[in-house]
Write a protein that binds this ligand. Structure first.
Ligand code: IPM
Ligand code: MN
Length: 355
């Protein structure tokens, strides 16, 4: 029987729909080649839906998504909607409700792509960040007292649970073993200041490490990590960290791998439905111009196929992306590719169909 996957598609805001269209074009070509089928279920979520209905994400929509094999997301966010509403109402809600407890963000410089780091190339920049995706400061604990008065108090607490930390660390060890490269897992924390949070993280890390004697372990403070990611990116194989630190270091990661336009991420529940997205946001200023780089979205589709158990399809996408980055594109920035958004998608599809 032919493999068939139900994919929830959320094109979303800004340039989201433009890059998702290219990702789907590529997935279509791959599915023909690898003999699987995708049934696409479109969900109109984001700024427009919110402005029309006042709703961000209904329970009904969420339930339909639970029934899919994966979710493919463009971008969420709009300058006309106050910050936090769509992010919390759609993106973070999906992460919490579907328990997408891993945010997997590969940082890989492909040949032919320019990095701002002098003297470093694809050999040196190839690691993966495993970001905890449901706890920490993102748990939303805290509040404001006496708002707008001189006695105002704002508290935002970081929550870490043994269960949440352990499952994330275990996933990172497994990912490191599976990658089979330097077999080194680095814990990124701040044990010198955040002595409660990272006491739990460090103890858990050391305990779990005993189950993975084949994996070397290392610890780096988050501030120093930012420095080493730029100075010696070749030191890293897999990095595991808490939510907020992971958010910050993966934007830095996107820059060293050639820009936000080529970075992809997976919001993963290893036991459930996972969601894949380009890391670049909705990029309002480029919306509708057909200039945004779709490669982040196309690599998100690659991550999706890996998680769905279609490694061959994933490899086909990566090979095509590598060819186009190396031989065709002039740059990776919006409007700097030498091709339009849809032309980049076409180049990748053409390579897949003819190779
Ligand atoms: C990301 C984004 C989100 C985050 C925002 C949009 C809520 O920056 O996926 O990295 O902070 O996690
Ligand atoms: Mn971010």
């Amino acid at each position: 029987m032919q493999r068939e996957y139900d994919i929830a598609v959320i094109p979303g805001d800004g340039t989201g729909p433009e890059v998702v269209a290219e990702g789907l074009k590529v997935l279509e070509a791959v599915s023909d080649k690898c003999n699987f089928k995708l049934a696409l279920h479109y969900f109109n979520l984001g700024a427009e839906h919110y402005k029309n209905t006042g709703e961000t994400l209904s329970d009904g929509v969420l339930d339909s998504m639970r029934g899919c094999h994966a979710i493919y997301l463009g971008a969420i966010g709009d300058p006309e909607v106050p910050p936090g509403i769509l992010e919390k109402g759609v993106l973070l809600r999906l992460r919490f409700e579907l328990d997408l407890y891993i945010n997997l963000r590969p940082v890989k410089l492909y040949p032919g792509v320019e990095t701002p780091i002098k003297d470093k190339g694809p050999e040196e920049i190839d690691f993966v960040v495993v970001r905890e995706n449901t706890e920490g400061l993102y748990a939303g604990a805290g509040g404001i007292m006496r708002r707008g008065t001189p006695h105002e108090v704002a508290v935002q607490e970081s929550i870490s649970t043994r269960m949440g930390v352990e499952r994330c660390i275990r996933y990172a060890f497994e990912a490191c073993r599976h990658r089979n490269r330097a077999k080194k897992l680095t814990l990124c924390g701040k044990t010198n200041v955040l002595t409660y949070t990272f006491d739990l993280w460090e103890r858990t890390f050391n305990e779990v490490a005993e189950d993975f004697p084949d994996i070397k372990t290392d610890y780096v403070h988050v501030d120093a990590l930012c420095m080493w990611m730029v100075k010696n990116p070749e030191w890293f194989d897999v990095i595991v960290t808490e939510n907020m630190f992971g958010d910050i270091i993966t934007d830095l990661g996107a820059m060293i791998q050639g820009g936000i336009g080529v970075a992809a991420g997976g919001n993963i529940n290893p036991e459930g439905v996972s969601m894949f997205e380009p890391i670049g946001g909705s990029a309002p200023k480029y919306t509708g111009q057909n200039v945004i780089n779709p490669i982040g979205a196309i690599l998100a589709a690659k991550l999706m196929l890996e998680t769905l158990g279609e490694p061959e399809g994933a490899q086909i996408i990566e090979k095509a992306v590598m060819k186009v980055l190396r031989e065709d594109l002039k740059g990776t920035g919006a409007g700097k590719m030498g091709y339009s958004t849809s032309e980049v998608g076409d180049l990748i599809v053409k390579f897949i169909e003819t190779s």
